[in-house]
Design a protein around this ligand. Structure first.
Ligand code: SF4
Length: 256
């Protein structure tokens, strides 16, 4: 399994070249979201460690980067990328090698961690997950590892946002469990002052059913106060030519 894949077509980021710092056949994550396209989280953890040796990642990057035609380089893949302790080293390397913007898709659980915060502050784009509005909905939808409380989670995002100078986007996955609470989520989202709101619903195969266009339209009304809102149904369809299709299929979520 390679640590790089794509470019894939992302409705949020354009042509996105992916880096997977976890790179496991089964994902490693601090959440076990009911809509996760990667299946159930077998290794639910908040432990930060080196999951793939830095040398191996740099080797893959050195091979792939000269051929990459992308709009952005994104840390994503088979789990939560902030769990990888060598994320900072890879950012250092990329800053020397490319002028492409650097982004991360994070579930936001480690945004309160000082070391993670410092590392993410060097990125151009942070896309932070935010699906719930209270402790109960947090447990039901995102099913976090023991010890993460919604209040602390929310405050962690809020504090991170205050210090982040790049583009800060909130990604909200709507499914039947939270669709009637869009107003509550929008009210909390306002307090996080995002540069962009991304309204999502799981269109790829997973355990949760996607909402239809009418339901998403209703939800969007609750977010009408946000000037920069995009939704998965309104996204433009771009064309993209991946370097290696097999590597994308292993991640099973090419739209992210
Ligand atoms: S945070 Fe992402 S990778 Fe982790 S369980 Fe949720 S959807 Fe899956």
């Amino acid at each position: 399994m390679k640590t790089v894949y794509g470019p894939v077509l992302s409705w949020r980021l354009g042509r996105s070249f992916g880096i997977d710092l976890i790179c496991k056949p089964r994902k490693v994550c601090s959440f076990d979201c009911i809509y996760c396209q990667l299946g159930k989280t077998k290794q639910k953890t908040l432990e930060r460690k080196v999951y793939v040796k830095t040398e191996r990642i740099l080797k893959d990057l050195n091979e792939a980067l000269p051929r990459v035609r992308a709009d952005v380089i994104t840390f994503s893949g088979t789990g939560e990328p902030t769990l990888a302790k060598n994320l900072g080293e890879i950012i250092d390397f990329l800053k020397k090698k490319t002028n492409l913007p650097l982004a991360i898709l994070t579930n936001s659980t480690l945004l309160a961690n000082k070391k993670v915060k410092d590392v993410l502050n060097r990125l151009d784009i942070v896309v932070a997950k935010f699906d719930a509005f209270d402790e109960k909905s947090f447990k039901k939808i995102d099913n976090p590892v023991k010890g993460i409380l919604f209040k602390e989670y929310f405050e962690g995002i809020q504090n991170f946002r205050r210090g982040f100078l790049g583009k800060f986007a909130l990604q909200i996955m709507f499914i039947k469990e939270n669709k009637d609470f869009a107003k509550e989520i929008a009210n909390l989202a306002k307090k996080l002052s995002p540069d962009e709101i991304q309204i999502n619903t799981p269109l790829r195969p997973c355990k949760a059913k996607p909402l239809n266009q009418k339901e998403i339209k209703k939800i969007k009304k609750e977010f009408s106060g946000f000037t920069n809102m995009i939704s998965v149904y309104g996204a433009d369809k771009l064309k993209v030519l991946p370097l290696d299709l097999k590597e994308i299929q292993k991640r099973k979520r090419p739209e992210s």
